[in-house]
Design a protein around this ligand. Structure first.
Ligand code: NAP
Length: 247
């Protein structure tokens, strides 16, 4: 196992943690980042940046770099790269496994409306609502296009579309504290929270704040990802790689 080259599909905190643990366990990890964040938090170990050019490009990379396994540690909503990772691993005959945080579940006192996608989330808001929208910049246009809404859109990077009057864009990076989330909801008169079901701890405080303040949540369900072996912690990935690569 020692020295085996592992391709981590990254872009998450879990991927950074995994790179550190794989290095420590004697593997040779290389983390792949999409290159969409201007100043990402860099993982330890080797890094490559930018798309592969689809499944074919990823296969070429796997073969030229002598990759022994793919560990997909991308965000639960990054569906295309997961599909590509799975297909390329299958085509190249190497293991594919996923490191994935469990989804959030509604708790007592929550008022969730669960929807399948961003378009449904935008449509689910009542006329004149003032939401806090925490879905990143890629899909924010669906909310801006609803002329009757105003609110707060939180994201890491600047949106690529124009920001309509009545909207505030907050460029912030998690983690967020409960106090911060309470203040945000109150300061902006937020009536609804719109969230992807990202799971994890870094952005969970907004759900607690919404529950305490009786604010309804529009929760976007995760997209389907390939059926594969799933680990929820870096140490489980190391155990799984041990099994898969010694077989
Ligand atoms: P996506 O829609 O699944 O992927 C779009 C394309 O971007 C892929 O086909 C691939 O291009 C390239 N790509 C994506 N992730 C890559 C990676 N780790 N390494 C190399 N190429 C990658 O992805 P997305 O939703 O735009 O997310 C992009 C990145 O941001 C991911 O790494 C993800 O972990 C991170 N992220 C996403 C979200 C979210 O809500 N979607 C939130 C936080 C972080 P080619 O086809 O050319 O290979």
């Amino acid at each position: 196992m020692r020295g085996k080259r592992i391709l981590i599909l990254g872009g998450t905190g879990e991927a950074r943690e995994l790179a550190a643990q794989l290095l420590e366990a004697g593997f040779d990890p290389v983390t792949s980042l999409a290159g969409v964040t201007a100043s990402p938090r860099w993982p330890v170990g080797e890094i490559r940046t930018g798309g592969f050019g689809g499944v074919g490009g990823l296969c070429t990379y796997i073969e030229s770099e002598g990759i022994a396994s793919i560990v997909d540690a991308t965000h639960p909503f990054a569906a295309q790269i997961s599909r590509h990772g799975f297909e390329a691993a299958t085509r190249c005959g190497i293991p594919y496994l996923r490191l994935e945080r469990p989804a959030w579940r509604p708790e007592a006192g929550d008022h969730w409306t669960e929807v399948h996608n961003v378009a449904e989330a935008a449509a689910a808001l009542p006329k004149g609502a003032r939401p806090l929208v925490t879905i990143g910049r890629k899909d924010i246009a669906a909310f801006f296009a609803r002329g009757d809404l105003s609110g707060v859109a939180r994201m890491i990077e600047e949106p690529t579309c124009a920001v309509p009057e009545g909207w505030i864009v907050l460029r912030e990076r998690p983690p967020f504290t409960l106090e911060r989330e309470f203040n945000l909801l109150m300061a902006h008169g937020v009536t609804h929270l719109v969230s992807k079901n990202a799971g994890g701890e870094d952005t969970r405080a907004k759900l607690i704040a919404a529950r305490e303040k009786n604010i309804p949540v529009i929760m976007i369900e995760r997209p389907a990802k390939p059926v594969a072996r799933i680990a929820i912690a870096a140490r489980d990935v190391i155990t799984a790689l041990g099994d898969l690569l010694s077989a």
